[in-house]
Design a protein around this ligand. Structure first.
Ligand code: PLP
Length: 376
């Protein structure tokens, strides 16, 4: 099997699994219990929080462990807006966000917040100038993802943050799920940032929200003192402890993996350009980990199934939207043709992919096109 769907999820690293299993087996306590079993779990979990904070360049008190990035995003949007309603009601969110951001913003609109969606340009990004033009005196929150999960387009989040901070009462959140440990994230310029473990060879059901200490937030999950009163529910200590290892290993390999993936991406772009009817939808300067392509002659679904039958896993749109209507909203928002947005597939690469797999992919695509009578 060739797995080109690493933006949906990744395989877990054996080293991470080892830590998780070891903690699960040997540390049974609840980190909030006062007895020795609880204290042991707490010590390890706080050690992990400290290590993560050091790797991100923030304070340990600014790391909130969550169950996934969708939860982190919901906290950042709804939790922050609800706690700061007295400062203003205007919220800006890019129109290419993951549903966990978009739907959270839509939920706020139902509660009489003034929510505006920022347009992306034909390169799939929100420009700092666009943010500047949309900001109002009562804007309290702007959210824009770092790397778009369908296209790989890289938003200039450091510069957007600078624009946002010209308004002293406004804060900036970035969903860094697809960028973290692939390119550098400017955590020092962000007020809130979201990360998911299972996108970087960690555990499913594990994520975090970085939130600068001074920001007020209401908990979305009520029920306890966990995570500084911001997330009720017994802490998943083994997963939170394993997250430090996940992050450390991902960051250690960032540069080397980037170089390898860049070569794979460049090869695929070169070969695809030679195939009649092939479309490359990702911008030229997109993150190389994500390559959005299509073929004039075949809809997304037909191509995805044909590749699947040949042992190649890709996705059509992002996985979270893969069961909804079959046109990509992101491609539509970029102004791409209806054909591009209904014929696209997303290839997304990870540390275990090889050039041989890329060669095999091109060979297989040609076979499929030939088998459908689309001679090359
Ligand atoms: N944000 C982005 C950009 C994503 O690509 C995804 C998952 O595809 C998420 C958030 C949600 O991640 P999780 O599965 O951890 O909730």
């Amino acid at each position: 099997m060739i797995y080109f769907d690493n933006s949906s999820t990744t395989s877990v690293r054996p080293e991470v699994l080892h830590v998780y299993e070891q903690v699960l087996e040997t540390v049974c306590g609840n980190p909030d219990s006062l007895h020795q079993a609880g204290r042991k779990a707490r010590t390890l979990m706080e050690e992990s929080r400290k290590n993560i904070a050091r790797l991100l360049g923030v304070k340990p008190s600014e790391i909130i462990f969550t169950g996934c990035a969708s939860e982190s995003n919901t906290m950042a949007i709804i939790g922050y807006a609800m706690a700061n309603i007295n400062r203003g009601r205007h919220i800006l969110v890019s129109n290419a966000e993951h549903p966990s951001v978009r739907h959270a913003a839509e939920a706020l609109a139902e509660l009489d917040f003034d929510v505006e969606f920022l347009p992306i340009n034909d390169q799939g990004i929100v420009t700092p100038e666009c943010v500047r033009q949309h900001m109002k005196t009562d804007t309290i929150l702007v959210s824009c993802m770092h790397v778009n999960n369908e296209m790989g387009a890289i938003n200039p989040i450091g510069e957007i943050a600078d624009v946002v901070h010209t308004h002293p009462t406004c804060v900036f959140h970035a969903d860094c799920v697809q960028s973290f440990s692939k390119i550098d994230v400017p955590f020092d310029r962000l007020d809130m940032a979201t990360i998911s473990a299972h996108k970087i060879h960690g555990l499913k059901g594990s994520g975090l929200l970085m939130k600068k200490q001074k920001l007020k937030m209401v908990p979305i999950i009520q029920g306890g003192q966990q995570e500084n009163g911001l997330r009720g529910g017994t802490s998943n200590a083994p997963a939170n402890i394993a997250l430090a290892k996940t992050i450390r290993l991902a960051l250690e390999e960032q540069k080397e993996t980037y170089r390898k993936i860049e070569q794979i991406n460049q090869y695929l772009r070169r070969e695809l350009a030679k195939i009649p009817g092939a479309m490359i939808n990702s911008p030229d300067d997109a993150l190389p980990y994500i390559l959005n392509i299509g073929f004039d002659q075949m809809t997304s679904e037909v191509l995805l199934n044909a590749l699947d039958a040949k042992g190649i896993c890709v996705s059509a749109k992002s996985t979270c939207s893969s069961h909804s209507a079959n046109e990509s909203e992101v491609l539509k928002a970029m102004g791409k043709s209806k054909k591009a947005s209904t014929h696209m597939i997303r290839l997304s690469f990870g540390k275990d992919n090889t050039m041989d797999e890329a060669v095999q992919f091109i060979k297989t695509v040609k076979e499929i096109l030939n088998a459908y009578g689309l001679s090359l």
